[in-house]
Design a protein around this ligand. Sequence first.
Ligand SMILES: Nc1ncnc2c1ncn2[C@@H]1O[C@H](COP(=O)(O)OP(=O)(O)OP(=O)(O)O)[C@@H](O)[C@H]1O
Length: 425
Amino acid sequence: MKSPEPASYASRTPSSGSRYTASSFPPYSPASASTAKKRNPAAEALRSIAGLFASCFTPPRPDASSNLDPSNSRSVASDGSGSGKRRRSSAGGSNSIYGSPTHNHKREPGSMKFTIDQIYRASNSFSPSFKIGQGGFGTVYKGKLDDGTLVAIKRAKKSVYDKHLGTEFVSEVRTLAQIEHLNLVKLFGYLEQGDEKILLVEYVPNGTLREHLDCTHASVLDLSVRLDIAIDVAHAVTYLHMYTDHPIIHRDIKSSNILLTDNFRAKVADFGFARLAADSESGATHVSTQVKGTAGYLDPEYLQTYQLTEKSDVYSFGVLLVELVSARRPIEPKREPKERITTRWAMKKFSDGSASSILDPKLEHNDANHLVLEKILELALLQCLAPRRQNRPSMRKCAEVLWGIRKDYKQLAALEIPSLPSYST
Ligand SMILES: Nc1ncnc2c1ncn2[C@@H]1O[C@H](COP(=O)(O)OP(=O)(O)OP(=O)(O)O)[C@@H](O)[C@H]1O
């Protein structure tokens, strides 16, 4: 992955998120709780496994869900032309699902279907030199399609396929392939042939947020960039929560699932655990068989009740906000006991009136940074991380609060006189 250059910061203008307005969100569908069977959730909760998906900038197509045919879960695709027609893949006896090409303007309508030969070509037969990562889902390769499009090729390991890639998974893929938002990693397609189960997703070139907070990419993300990233994530998750009449709960929001572009736009990845939320009007509920997510980010009320709602994502987002300002991981086992759970440590500091000590030591202490820090912590610690879900804000509300923080930050930053350089003689 490329290291960011200072110029990239400039290219991500602080106003980059201003293209979003409240009216750019799809119509609101009320949140609805889902219930789940009680099944040894704690043991299951330690690690996220699967990895996927989806982005772009266009609102969801109103006909998206009506294009689905539940009887054809492994071989349907949304029509690349946007007509909503579904197609069967006939390539080499394989089954594929392919998403809308609106994301990729180089692509002709209908060309989002993949064959195993294309994937072999794109990844140089899964050459180790094309490998870019390894996750619970399997191995991730960087690939280039024949038309030059860069993709991340996620090749499922067998254990994941056996456990997770059944009909239910494929039907989720079918839905998620139709989701497009600038801040969601786009799912291009899915292919299974013989032992190969492969996902093709948008390639996002600049590493994960976690890597940047760990400074493995040479430069330090300044606080205004982190604030923009938080806003991008809030937009993405709001979009999922308000997606047509079927809210989608991400279920695994965490810094390693936030990928960054060269301009430091954030794209939320890994919808492996996403499930369509309950349909509140029909009274139907989504029954989850196990608690899923990642330790340190899990909503305590979900752990107690096994009821999954959008507010579980809001809780994880609160953890992510604390991580963004402190650069600490949610759980830091090597620290002294009272500092091991980052949100608890931050809450104590915050209530003791020493919020500034939470700031990532790599960041400058100045008025503008202190303002952002204080306000983000207020949102995270006092609202998103509220133990009871009804006391947490919606994700949309989080986005609105963050817009306000960015506005205040910009005003204050404009007033700040840059410190004079010091010269040693
Ligand atoms: N769309 C993508 N673009 C660029 N790199 C990616 C992409 N998806 C994944 N990667 C790289 O591959 C690594 C592994 O990704 P993957 O989603 O499989 O696992 P993970 O999210 O790190 O772990 P887990 O899924 O087990 O929580 C990521 O850390 C990232 O470096």
